[in-house]
Each structure stands twice: as C-alpha cells, then as structure tokens.
Design a binder for this molecule. Structure first.
Ligand code: ATP
Ligand code: MG
Ligand code: MG
Ligand code: MG
Length: 349
C-alpha cells in the first residue's frame, strides 16, 4: 500500500504564492515513476485567511496554480476530513504561520511525521533576532545589528528620534531594516538616510512585532543547502548574481532578473568554509531535514559572514535549494523521496 503524503501549501503569509509554486514542483516530483509507486498525494490548501481546504478544491489549486478566492471554509480550526488519512506531511509553507513552528506544533500534536524542522528549529530559524543570537553563541561571524520592537517604533514621538539616534550611532548607512519574521525580502528596505530609516521602520512594524536593523555589507551572495537530521550533509555552494540594488522580492521572482551560478566561482577553501558554517548554523538553530543557509562573501577581505537560515526554502524546479542538490548528485525527485524518509526516521527515534 502507498504512503499517503499530505501536501500542505498556501498559508497565511506574504509568501503564499511562492508556496503554491513550491508545492506544484513537489507534487510533480511525487508523480514521477520512481515515487508514484510509493506515494499518494493528499492536497491541503491553506487560504490567505488561514482556513483550510482539502480534497478536490485543494487538488484543483495544485493543478492550476491559481489561488482560491471564494471562501468555502471560514473557520481556521475546522480541518478537512482527509487530514486523518495522512501518513506523512510536507508543510510546503514559507514565512509566518508555516515556516515558523506554528504548523509544526499542530502536526506534532497530530502525532504524524512531517518533513523539516520541528517547533524549535522552525521558530528560531524564522525569527532573525533569535536566529542571530543562536549564531552568535555558535561563534558564527555576522553583521552588526540592532533589535527593536513595534512598540518602540510606534512609541510616542519623543522616544522615536532617540531610537533612530541609537541606530545611527551603532550602524552606518546604508543599513537594512527587516521585519524579524518573514522571507522573500518582503518588508525589507535598504536605507541611506534618517528619513528613509524612519519610513522603513514604520513599514517593517506593519509586518511584525519584532524588527531588526543590520549594518549593510558589500559582498557576493552565496548559499549552501543542508540535508539530514543528526547526520547532515552540505551541498555544493551556489552564488546569486543580479543587477538590482539588493536581492529584493521582484529580483527573486521575475524571470531573468537574477542568475544562479552553481558551483559558485569562489576559491575552494572559501567553499569548504561555507559548507562547514552551514552545518554549524543548521545545528545552532536545531534544524532538521532541510535548510538553505545564506552567506555574504566579502571578496575584498576574504571574509565570510552568515546572513540567515531558511528552514523551508523555495522549492520550485528552478529554486536554489533543489538545484544545489541536483548539482551535488541528488536529482529533484530523489530529494523529495529522501526528505520523506528523513521525516519518518526522525519520527521513529
Ligand atoms: P529569503 O527569501 O532568502 O528567506 P529574507 O526575506 O529572509 O530572504 P534576507 O535574506 O535577510 O531576507 O535579505 C534579503 C536580501 O537583502 C539579501 O539576499 C541581500 O541581497 C540583502 N541584504 C540583507 N541583509 C543585508 C545586509 N546586512 N547587507 C547587505 N545586503 C543585505
Ligand atoms: Mg529568509
Ligand atoms: Mg525564506
Ligand atoms: Mg535570504
């Protein structure tokens, strides 16, 4: 009998559309011959309002790639009946309410294995402030930063200027203002002046209670994929090149705006250092199954800084994570199979 794989996609997140694309690629991988005899897909679509759809409706969205607009289910706690039939879940969700430990908590309580990190790894990996604290403890080099809260940013007009003064004295321009819990560069701004800083902080506060401001670095952007549970493997390192000001949402998702270079044309020693740091970062946040670790390679000094970890990275056929593994000898369909096996293995012990 086939293992029933619950594909969970969409989600109450700024990365809803990306999630649908990732889910379609994973569904295609499960339908190739080597996998189709082992696995059967059950689809679950989480609408932008957080309410779940299963069965035919979810299957349709997976097939067409078009998000469901009319709402069939208005209760986020009312789960489709098919939920009880799932043997293993793949929560193909990016960003808040999916990559951050919330869904992982629900699936843990269901007592069904799932692909990827658990509650702790997902939560620490998603929150850029907690993540940076974990990296700091692990001795991983990173940019200078300052952590803030929405309450501080939206405090009375006498406090806000002091806050900006503190940021300006701790970090130089340009710096990067980010909502702590997001992805795909949503809500991120590169700021070069006081007025841009003020506007970016206000904007970031609309996305998250927690906000981070980072010193800007001039560097090449390189990424490494990690696969495994307690025994982890690092992939070949890849580089992203683009012409825009930084790797923003539009650059990430407009065809032709960015190029992936695999392997990254960097010295072997630097690659090995990045692979080593990727494995350390994976362990530092207690990730499991998969993660993509993003780095800055400062060519001028030879320095490598860790930027961040993504515990459920983009997973379309052209995304960096599966491409890095393809070049490292694990084709897409086999990668999905391995991730399911890792989920089962982690659940057993
Ligand atoms: P992902 O889609 O990878 O999850 P994200 O939303 O978590 O992205 P980051 O990776 O933190 O965002 O930043 C997005 C991009 O912004 C980086 O790839 C880089 O181009 C730029 N960037 C972020 N922080 C810095 C920094 N401190 N210095 C220079 N560039 C930065
Ligand atoms: Mg990220
Ligand atoms: Mg991400
Ligand atoms: Mg990133």
């Amino acid at each position: 009998t086939k293992l029933r794989v619950g594909l969970l996609f969409g989600g109450r997140s700024g990365e809803h559309e990306v999630s649908i694309s990732s889910a379609r690629a994973i569904a295609r991988a499960l339908n190739v011959e080597e996998n189709a005899h082992k696995y059967e897909i059950l689809s679950f679509y989480i609408q932008k309002n957080g309410c779940w759809l299963g069965g035919e409706l979810a299957q349709q969205i997976l097939e067409t790639g078009i998000p469901q607009l009319e709402t069939q289910n208005l209760n986020p706690w009312r789960l489709p009946d098919q939920v009880t039939e799932v043997d293993v879940w793949i929560p193909i969700l990016h960003g808040p309410n999916g990559e951050d430990g919330t869904i992982q908590g629900l699936l843990t309580l269901m007592q069904v294995p799932f692909v990827g990190s658990g509650v702790l790894g997902s939560a620490v990996g998603m929150d850029k402030i907690a993540m940076k604290m974990a990296f700091e403890q692990a001795g991983l080099p990173q940019v200078k930063y300052k952590a803030l809260t929405r309450a501080e940013v939206w405090s009375n007009p006498c406090v806000f200027p002091k806050l900006c003064d503190e940021i300006e004295s701790a970090l130089d321009y340009p710096c990067f203002v980010k909502p702590a819990n997001l992805g795909s560069s949503v809500g991120i701004a590169k700021v070069r002046s006081r007025s841009e800083l003020e506007a970016a902080l206000d904007n970031a506060a609309t996305y998250d209670r927690r906000i981070i401001v980072e010193a800007g670095v001039v560097a090449r952007e390189v990424e490494c994929a990690v696969l495994g549970n307690d025994q982890t493997k690092a992939s070949i390192v890849g580089e992203i090149t683009f012409h825009s000001d930084f790797y923003d949402y539009e650059t990430k998702y407009t065809v032709g705006k960015a190029d992936l270079l695999i392997p990254a044309p960097i010295p072997d020693g630097v690659s090995r250092q990045i692979q080593d740091m990727a494995l350390q970062a994976f362990a530092a946040v207690d990730a499991a199954g998969l993660a993509r670790v993003d780095f800055f390679f400062v060519e001028a000094t030879g320095e490598v800084l860790i930027n961040e970890i993504n515990t459920f990275p983009g997973f379309t056929a052209t995304s960096m994570y599966p491409q890095l593994w393809a070049y490292s000898g694990i084709p897409f369909a086999e990668l999905v199979d391995r991730l399911i096996q890792l989920a089962l293995e982690r659940y057993k012990v």
